[in-house]
Design a protein around this ligand. Structure first.
Ligand SMILES: [Zn+2]
Ligand SMILES: [Zn+2]
Length: 339
């Protein structure tokens, strides 16, 4: 079968002689329909560390079940599905409390350390599969995983109706965070993004105003001159975290959604104490988040389609990675259609 293999930094290769995945008794075989290119796929293309060499990438997917193992109970052939790609141990203190994202054994994410789904076929344990209702399209289905990231972060932040917010970064996760904040009843949402061509879509998603990050003082002024109560950092580099600490109001809250693992030069960490700031990190989501997202899409409470800005074929994936890594694009989510 055909699939996209990660062969190390700068090396993404389409192979057409990959073996068909085997199907264990508790697994289902999926004919993949769509698979999104994720920011972490691109980060691993740029620098080593996160992904195993020789694995098939892809964890934001939709597809159709074409075969089921003997012990599969909840699924049938023909079901349209998406997956939760983080595989927990199912057995630790946290897993027993439905908090898989805190699993004692760091979840072995599909498409990073084990074979993923940017391929014609893919097999996975039925526990990871979520069925798509008829009203959710296959394109939307492949957006459920990134939606889960933003929805979970906003749920966990504790934001209340009417509170003003700043969001650093308007890539896919930043824009989804803005969508989730609208749903949660946030007050004015201010987006800070260096690429000005991305400002328009941030406004479409619900931002009140957009600024480049250097202009964070303007946001402070707009929020009673003392800054927003909540900040979501969807970039996670030292510059944005430093700006967030400067910008947030005293007693405010900063939520870090993903971050650069190599940050060593935070400038004003002391500000966290002096300003009585609550800083919290967010990792991934839980099974319940997927149920929430599917429900929101089914009820037409979120419109995710404007974020899918390009659909490409498997053969076009390597050149798409080259372009993204060089910054030669204005796309938000690039999705691979697999036929
Ligand atoms: Zn992702
Ligand atoms: Zn566990």
């Amino acid at each position: 079968m055909k699939g996209v293999s990660y062969e190390g930094v700068g090396k993404i290769v389409v192979k057409d002689d990959l073996p068909m995945p085997s199907v264990k008794p508790e697994e289902a075989l999926i004919k993949v329909k769509y698979c999104g290119i994720c920011g972490s796929d691109v980060e691993s293309f740029k620098k080593a560390g996160m992904y195993g060499s020789g694995i098939i990438i892809g964890h934001e997917i939709s597809g159709e079940i074409i075969e089921i193992g003997d012990n599969v109970k909840k699924l049938k052939i023909g079901d349209l599905i998406t997956i939760n790609p983080n595989v927990p141990c199912y057995n630790c203190y946290w897993c027993n409390q439905n908090q898989e994202n805190k699993c004692k054994f760091a979840p072995r994410a599909i498409g990073t350390l084990s074979d993923g789904a940017m391929a014609e076929f893919f097999s996975v344990n039925e526990e990871r599969i979520h069925i798509l209702p008829d009203s959710i399209s296959l394109e939307e289905g492949a957006m459920i995983e990134p939606l889960a990231v933003g929805i979970y972060a906003v749920q966990e932040s504790g934001i209340k109706i009417g509170e003003n917010v700043a969001v650093f970064g308007t890539g896919t996760i930043g824009l989804i965070t803005i969508l989730a904040l609208k749903l949660a009843g946030a007050g004015n949402i201010y987006a800070l993004e260096p690429v000005e061509s991305k400002h328009k879509i941030a406004l479409e998603m619900g931002a009140a105003k957009t600024f480049t990050p250097q202009n964070w003082k303007k946001v402070q002024k707009l929020c009673d001159k003392i800054g927003p109560t909540y900040i979501f950092d969807c970039v996670g580099i030292s510059e944005t975290i430093t700006s967030a600490i400067n910008l947030v109001r005293k007693g405010g809250h900063i939520t870090l959604i993903g971050m650069d693992p190599e940050i060593t030069d935070l400038k004003n960490f002391y500000g966290i104490a002096v300003k009585n700031v609550t800083l919290r990190g967010i990792y991934a989501y839980n099974q319940d988040t997927f149920k929430t997202v599917i429900n929101l899409l089914e009820q037409k409470r979120v419109n995710i389609k404007p974020l899918i800005t390009k659909i490409i074929k498997l053969d076009e994936v390597p050149s798409a990675f080259e372009d993204i890594a060089k910054g030669l694009h204005d796309d938000i989510k690039i999705m691979v259609k697999i036929e």
